[in-house]
Structures are given as structure tokens and as C-alpha cells.
Design a protein around this ligand. Structure first.
Ligand code: GTB
Length: 218
């Protein structure tokens, strides 16, 4: 059955692939699963019909038959568990790959989100200038630790896995900040992720949504 995901009708990132449907698209491309996309406006996201799929009125969601999922991590894990290619067969290696998914979402992404919140929503607050360096330092600590663990390996634990997919997706949110530049191993790691054919297809598909919207006069 072809799953349907939801994505922004008009992504605020103008097709830079930073919205969280991108990681779901990437996972689907990695396992070569065709999918449909339903685009939703900001208003429609908060309507009861969408909230029935997503309690917080957000994207992405995932529908497959009578299964409805929200949370990009849960969706990517579901895809990875049902198709070959994103999780190792060995039980311990599989558990470690899942641990990396949680690390990406629960340990690395929070300070990155903090930075984006501080820059986008709190820039006019009197305390923002003092807070920003603290937030950036927390990110640097995580990047240093992650870089040390990655070392000279291509991926975090053996072959590319859903753990790498999630970690690269999270790190990509830092690209514009320049913070990654001080960690050449992580920059190369992110570039390896972006270089994957599945990433490229997913990126092109989400960019096409924005391009079409702009051509319609958006
Ligand atoms: N924890 C959830 C998950 O992982 O699925 C978070 C989902 C989420 O934050 N969704 C966002 C959303 O629907 C889109 S991705 N926001 C609308 C709302 O809350 O009303 C977050 C996002 C948005 C925009 C950019 N950007 O412009 O760069 C990047 C990321």
C-alpha cells in the first residue's frame, strides 16, 4: 500500500529541505518505497481533520491503510523496521542504530532548536544577546563529542543506518549558522549524507513543491 505523508504547502524554508517531512521522504527514498504527499496550509494544519492525524497540528504525518503516525522519528523508525536498508539485521547493531536516532532527536537536536528559537523568535528580547553565546556553546559541546565519536568513520556505527539519516537531518539545520565549519569531520559526514542518491531525490521532490508554489505566483 502506498503511504501518504503530509508536508507544508508553502514551506517557510523556501525548499531548503529543513522541514521535517524531508527526513521522512529521505527514509522512503532509501528503502525505495513510493509515496504520496498531501500538502497542507498553516490554517489547515490546525483544523480538526488534520488534528485527527496529528494532535499538535503539525507536519509530517504518515498514513498507510488504517495506520496513522505523527512524529518524524516514529515515522522513520516505522519505515526502517518494515523495509530492508535502514537498520542492520544483527540485533545489537539494530538497537545501537535506534539509539543513534534517539541521540539525534533527543540529545543533539534540542540545543539546535534552542538556537533557532532564540534567533527567530527571541531576537528582540533584551536578554537575547547574552543568551545566544550560551546556546551556541551548548551546541559546540555536542558537536565536539559527536565528532570525537565519529572519528574517521564514514557513519556512526558501521553501515549507513536510520541513525545516520536522523543525525545528518538534524545537523543540516546548522548549515546556515556556520557552526559546523569548525568540525570538518562532521561537515564531511553531512556532505556524505547529502550526497546519497535517496537524499537527492527527496530534496528535489520537496524543492519542487516550493518551486511550483512560487510559479503559481505565491
Ligand atoms: N517533533 C515533531 C516531529 O519530529 O515530527 C516536530 C514537528 C514539527 O515541528 N513540525 C513543524 C510544523 O508543522 C514543521 S518542521 N510547524 C507548524 C506548526 O507548528 O504550526 C519544523 C520546521 C519548520 C520550518 C523550518 N524552516 O523554515 O527552516 C524548519 C523546520
Amino acid at each position: 500500500m502506498t503511504p501518504t505523508i503530509t508536508a507544508f504547502e508553502r514551506s517557510p524554508d523556501r525548499g531548503r529541505g529543513l522541514a521535517r517531512d524531508m527526513r521522512v521522504r529521505w527514509a522512503l527514498e532509501e528503502v525505495k518505497q513510493a509515496y504520496a504527499v498531501r500538502l497542507v496550509s498553516f490554517a489547515a494544519m490546525k483544523e480538526p481533520a488534520h488534528r485527527a492525524l496529528h494532535p499538535f497540528g503539525q507536519i509530517p504525518t504518515y498514513e498507510e491503510g488504517d495506520l496513522v503516525l505523527f512524529e518524524s522519528g516514529a515515522i522513520v523508525l516505522h519505515i526502517a523496521e518494515r523495509h530492508a536498508g535502514l537498520l542492520p539485521d544483527d540485533a545489537h547493531a539494530r538497537a545501537r542504530a535506534i539509539a543513534w536516532m534517539f541521540a539525534a532527536l533527543n540529545t543533539v537536536e534540542p540545543p539546535i532548536l534552542d538556537l533557532q528559537t532564540a534567533r527567530l523568535l527571541e531576537a528582540d528580547r533584551s536578554w537575547c544577546e547574552q543568551r545566544l553565546p550560551l546556546v551556541e556553546d551548548r551546541i559546540r559541546v555536542r558537536l565536539g563529542e559527536l565528532s570525537d565519536r565519529l572519528g574517521d568513520a564514514d557513519w556512526l556505527d558501521g553501515e549507513f543506518s536510520a541513525g545516520d539519516l536522523m543525525m545528518v537531518s538534524v545537523l543540516l539545520r546548522l548549515k546556515a549558522s556556520g557552526l559546523l565549519d569548525a568540525y570538518p569531520r562532521l561537515s564531511a559526514y553531512v556532505a556524505r549524507g547529502e550526497g546519497r542518491a535517496a537524499y537527492q531525490s527527496a530534496f528535489a521532490a520537496q524543492l519542487a513543491v516550493f518551486t511550483e508554489w512560487s510559479q503559481k505566483g505565491g
